[in-house]
Design a protein around this ligand. Sequence first.
Ligand code: ATP
Ligand code: MG
Length: 592
Amino acid sequence: MRLSQMLFRTLREDPADAEVRSHALMARAGFLHKLAAGIYVYGPMLWRVLRRIEAIVREEHDRAGCQEMLMPALQPAELWRESGRYERYVTDGILFHFQDRKGTEMCLGPTHEEVVTDFVRQFVQSHKQLPVILYQIQTKFRDEIRPRFGLMRGREFIMKDAYSFDASEEGMRASYERMREVYRAIFRRCGLRFTAVEADSGAIGGSGSEEFMVDADTGEDAIAVCRETGYAANVEKAVSRIEPPPPPPEERPMHKEPTPGARSCEDLERLFPDLPRQRMVKTVLYRAVFPDREQVVAVLCRGDRELNEVKLLNHLGALHLELADEKTVRAATGAEPGFAGPIGLDGEVLLLADRSVEGVQGFLCGGNETDTHYLDVWFGRDLEMPPVHDFGLVQEGDPSEDGRGRITITRGIEVGHIFQLGTKYSEAMQAIFADENQKNRPIWMGCYGIGVSRVAAAAIEQNHDEAGMIWPLPIAPWDVLVVQMKAGQEAQDRLAAQIVEGLEAAGVEVLWDDRPKVSPGIKFKDADLIGIPLRIVVGREAEAGRVEWKPRDGALGGAPGSLAAGEAVQRVIELVRAARSGQPAGEPAAAG
Ligand code: ATP
Ligand code: MG
C-alpha cells in the first residue's frame, strides 16, 4: 500500500478529551475518530489492526473446534425477562432499550447468553449433539457510566463471544479448560504480556471465572499478586489474611466525646494521637437496590482497612449498590455524614461487619450525632457483634491467604473473561437435552469473551513511547514500513519498488511512504507515531543498493544500521514468519 494514496493525516497535538495514551496517539494518527461519547469511527489503519486481531482469534477458535456464527445485535427484551437479567441490566443503566413501532420492548445486546441459549434450545434435543462451542465476532452495546479512555471503554465496541454447551458438569469444565488454552494462545500470539487472574463473575453469573489482564500501569483494574505462591486475582475478588488488631486495652466504660469536624480517620488520629487506627471502627453506609425494594446497609470496617463493594453486592444479592447520599445518611444516623456509628442507627438499617473488626475492643466509632464519637466501645458489652463476613479489600503487603507469601498490587487491562455458567441460563430458559436414559436435563454452559477493540488499545497502553505507538508485530497495521526519503528520485524509486515487490511476493504486508513533497523529518515523525515495528529507509545509499535498517523498537528488530537491500528484505521475511508462527523472534516470552 502506498501512503500517498491513503486518506492520511496526523495531528501534532493530543485531542483535549484524550485521557489515556492509546486514545491520544490513535486519534493523532487518524486511527480513530470520535462520533459521540464512547462511539468511534475505526479508520482504515485501525481496521487493519482489528482484522488482524480477529484473524488470530478466529484461527485459535477454529483450531480448537469452535464454530463461528453471527447473532443479531437487536434483541427482544422478552428474552432478557426470561433469563431474569432484564431488571439488573436496566437498573444498572447498562442496557440500551427502547420500543419498536408496535410498542414491543427491544434492546441492543450487551452480551449474548440469552440469544445463544434460545438458539441452542431450538436445536439441541439429545446428548448426542453435545458438546458444542459456538462463537461470533460482533458489535456490542453498553451504555457505560463513564465511556472514557477511547477504545478501552466504548459504548459500542467489538467483542468475540463464545458459548460452550455440555451434557455434564465435567464436560463444562473440560470445555472451560480448552477455552482457557485458546485464550492463552491468542494473547501470546498477539505479542502481549498478560496475566490470568481469578475474577468476580458480576452480572453474567455462574460458578467461577478468570480474567486475562494485559499488564499495564495505566490499567483500570487492580490485581492482587503473590509472587511466592503464584496467586493472582482481581482485587474485586481477591482474598488475603489481615494482621490481627492489637490486644484489647484495659476495660473502661463507653463514653461520648466531642469531635468537632473530625470525619475521617486522619482527623481522629490528630485528636486522639494514642489511639491506633486498628482501634477505630468505621461505619460505611450504602444504598442497595433489590427488585422490589431498597435497603440502607451499614458495614463496620477496621480503621486501617477498606471495604470491597463487589463482595458486599454479591453477599446481598442486590441488583445495584452505591454509597449512601447525604440525605440517606442524615435519615439513618440523625447526623451529618462522617459521624455514623453502629449504636443508635435507624431500625430499618441492615448492620453488617467486615471480618477486620473481629477481635477489636475498646474502640472508637461514630456517635450518630454531629461532631461526636463514642470511645471505649466493646462488642458484646455495648453492642451485639453484627453478622460478620469478608467484605474487605486486599491491600499491598497483606499476607497471602495461605500465609506463604505477601500480596503486591499491580495494574492491568481486562481483555478477556471466561466463565463457568453452570445451568443458570439453561434452567431459566429451559434449554434441555435428553441424556442416555432419555431423562431431561439442563445443558451445562460456559461463556468466553474477548474485547477485540480493547485489545488494540491495550496493546498501545503496553507498548508506546513519547513519540508514538509501537505495535507488536503480529497485530501491527502493516508488518513493515518502507520510508522513501525522496519520492521521484530515480534510484530511490527503483529500489523502493523492488523492495516492496520482494516483500509482498513473500506475503509480507508493506506500507510504502512514497509521499512526494513531504520532508524526511515529517516522514520519520509520522513513522514513529503510527508505530509499524519494522522499518526500512530508502535514501542516500539507494544508488549502491543499500538501505537503512531502522526498527521502531530495538527489542524486536535489533540495532539500526546500513544493510544491503536484499539482506533487509530477508530479515523482515524471517521476523514476520516467526511472529506469525506464534513465536515472535527476539521478543520476551509472554507471561501468564
Ligand atoms: P469491565 O469490567 O471492564 O466493564 P466486563 O467485565 O463488564 O468489563 P465482560 O462482560 O466480561 O466485560 O465482557 C468481555 C470482554 O469485553 C471484557 O473482558 C473486555 O475485554 C470487553 N469489554 C467489556 N466492556 C467493554 C467496553 N465498554 N468497551 C470495550 N471493551 C469492553
Ligand atoms: Mg469481565
